[in-house]
Design a protein around this ligand. Structure first.
Ligand SMILES: *Cc1c(COP(=O)(O)O)cnc(C)c1O
Length: 512
């Protein structure tokens, strides 16, 4: 008996101290809160937990839990240096009335597929699932590590991330956020969402340039040692809300656990029954979270990675060769128009047997040649994954046909996944129940969605189409859209690409 007790205490002790390693340096470990504060490791690697913890509650217990309770049951295993009180405080401040439904992430059955709707937050896209809690995790982490400075979040955005970060950080004490977007490079809805953002600690700047200019400009500010010193003297330090932050990845594991538990509760599946999951993928964060959920003990069979015409990942899963040297295609699912999926590095590290040297070698090759190839051994460890892609025509057809047969309207990103999931089922005959991560509200990509439903809508004004969609679907216009129709424009700053530094200084000096 004493021996058992001893064992359990060791187990407890180990769990108390789940540490994070850099994918590029085996020697370097940090706590969860330090990993959240840093974002990226100094050697350029990504932080990964030294092992994926197991759930310590049964599915029967999880079945009846709220989203918030599930979040605690999952996240406490990853963020072991947060106290129960701290973590619950973060969770309760994130998953509240900012979401338009108490269940936070509803499951909707469409035909024989289960859609996990991750778009009920403030900006009606799945980034809200993590960006609504990241600010709280970050400020708690700052306190724990005796950071006295205010945290300044700098973000360059092509539309979605910027707004979700603004909404998450607005009026969070101890933080400020400055978002740069390309003046003529975002949709009308996206621009209005940003320039009407409330919150005394928020700033939005339109730059005279494209997204790459904004992104490189922000990167240069992060690397500017002189600016860092100047800011520190004024009581500020920079941080990033980038999707490689472990504080964004961990909250995403929650909804896969939650979805499985709800399928059980609704008696759609039996205890222990495996389901497949299809995820519309860009930076590989969302699907990696599903992989972590599987490793925590959720009965997930295949993880199906759905790409649009930028199908680097499809080719990678087929051949074991990652090759970014190709034409960049602008598609109707812009949040997946990505040729370098940064979070894939965490999977590469895992299948290399946590070999930091191997990981670094491959990532160096990616940087210098744009290509790397994994070994046969590593390839063999990818059996949980399956790749697929949808062309623009197939995406459009998925929206059209699903609407015609069920009345359900999907956004373009979700449609990519829906198409890929059907192809997977038809070609393999695998009959496991299918969960599709539904990542954006159709209202957000309204032009493409309505045109897919009926060509007569092509070229119509976004706001006219919003009324049409409400008439067409059972889905009410979300608050996120209603708000911007009459909201006051609060942000009018513009600058040239070479004025980003002086603009940041001016904003911080003015106290915003
Ligand atoms: C960001 C995003 C994705 C891609 O998610 P990753 O985690 O980057 O793979 C898919 N759909 C929408 C709507 C998004 O905003």
């Amino acid at each position: 008996m004493y021996r058992n007790l001893g064992k359990r205490m060791n187990e407890e002790d180990r769990k108390m101290n789940l540490l994070y390693k850099s994918t590029r340096n085996a020697e370097y470990t940090v706590t969860a809160s330090q990993a959240i504060l840093k974002g990226l490791a100094e050697d350029g690697g990504l932080f990964v937990p030294v092992e994926i913890p197991k759930l310590d509650v049964t599915m029967a217990e999880l079945k009846s839990m709220s989203y918030q309770d599930t979040a605690y049951a999952v996240m406490k295993h990853f963020l072991t240096d947060f106290t129960e009180e701290e973590l619950k405080h973060c969770i309760n401040n994130a998953y509240d009335s900012k979401f338009d439904t108490e269940v936070i992430a509803p499951l909707v059955k469409v035909g024989d597929t289960y859609h996990l709707e991750l778009f009920h937050g403030a900006t009606i896209a799945f980034k809200d699932m993590a960006l609504s809690i990241l600010p709280h995790l970050l400020t708690t982490a700052a306190k724990k590590n005796n950071v006295k400075n205010d945290i300044v979040i700098l973000t360059a955005t092509s539309g979605d991330t910027g707004k979700a970060a603004l909404a998450g950080f607005a009026d969070v004490p101890g933080t400020r956020i400055i978002v740069f977007y390309p003046k003529n490079g975002v949709s009308k809805v996206q621009e209005l969402q940003m320039v009407t953002q409330k919150g005394d600690n928020t700033a939005v700047v339109a730059i005279h340039g494209n997204f790459d200019n904004a992104q490189s400009g922000v990167k240069a500010l992060f690397e500017d040692k002189e600016l860092e010193k100047e800011l520190a003297d004024a009581g500020y330090q920079f941080s990033s809300a980038n999707s490689i932050n472990i504080g964004r990845l961990v909250p995403q594991v929650v909804y896969y656990v939650y979805a499985y538990a709800k399928l059980l509760e609704n008696e759609e599946i039996a205890v222990g029954e495996e389901i497949n999951v299809t995820v519309p993928t860009g930076n590989f964060g969302n699907i990696l979270a599903a992989y972590y959920a599987k490793q925590m003990g959720v009965p997930i069979g295949k993880l199906i990675c759905a790409s649009n015409e930028n199908k680097v990942l499809f080719d990678f899963f087929k051949t074991g060769k990652y090759d970014r040297n190709r034409e960049f295609v602008l598609t109707s699912s812009p949040s997946m128009d990505i040729l370098i999926s940064s979070n894939l590095e965490r999977l590469i590290y895992t299948i290399a047997g946590q070999d930091a040297d191997k990981d670094r070698e491959l990532m160096e090759a990616l940087k210098t040649t744009g290509i790397y190839e994994i070994t046969e051994d590593m390839k063999a460890k990818l059996a949980d994954f399956e790749g697929g892609y949808a062309t623009e025509e197939e995406t459009k057809a998925a929206i059209h046909d699903t609407y015609a047969s069920t009345g359900y309207v999907m956004d373009t990103h979700t449609a990519v996944a829906a198409h890929v999931s059907k192809v997977y089922q038809n070609t393999t005959g695998n009959e496991k129940k299918m969960l599709v991560a539904s990542t954006a509200s159709p209202y957000k990509f309204i032009g493409s969605v309505m045109t897919a439903i009926d060509e007569k809508y092509a070229g119509m004004d976004d706001f006219a189409l919003i009324d049409e969609l409400e008439k067409t679907s059972a889905m009410e216009v979300p608050n996120a859209i209603k708000e911007i129709q009459n909201a006051e424009i609060r942000h009018t700053l513009e600058c040239d690409v070479d004025q980003m530094k002086s603009t940041v200084k001016a904003i911080l000096k003015a106290g915003m």
